[in-house]
Design a protein. Structure first.
Length: 86
């Protein structure tokens, strides 16, 4: 099973919020949730799921097929990242 960074981002956001609430971190750190909003995490998760499905669908793939699949997920990630910056 692949360990996706999304779980780490979610856990980090919760940890920072707890540390701000406990006074360990300054209140300015509370904005960390804006760096990884749930909408972005869901979109990224969907992209990774599509990538995994595409990769599993390859049967005895050529290098070009593998790189094409990787290229598509990178391009989708760039679109998602640009959407986040709106």
């Amino acid at each position: 099973m692949v360990n996706r960074p999304l779980g780490n981002w979610r856990a980090w956001t919760v940890e920072v919020a707890g540390d701000v609430e406990a006074g360990i971190l300054e209140p300015e750190c509370a904005g960390v949730a804006e760096m990884h909003p749930e909408s972005l995490l869901r979109a990224t998760d969907a992209e990774l799921e599509t990538f995994e499905v595409e990769m599993r669908g390859l049967v005895d793939p050529s290098d070009e097929e593998v790189f094409g699949t990787i290229e598509r997920v990178v391009l989708r990630a760039e679109i998602t990242d640009a959407w986040r910056d709106r």
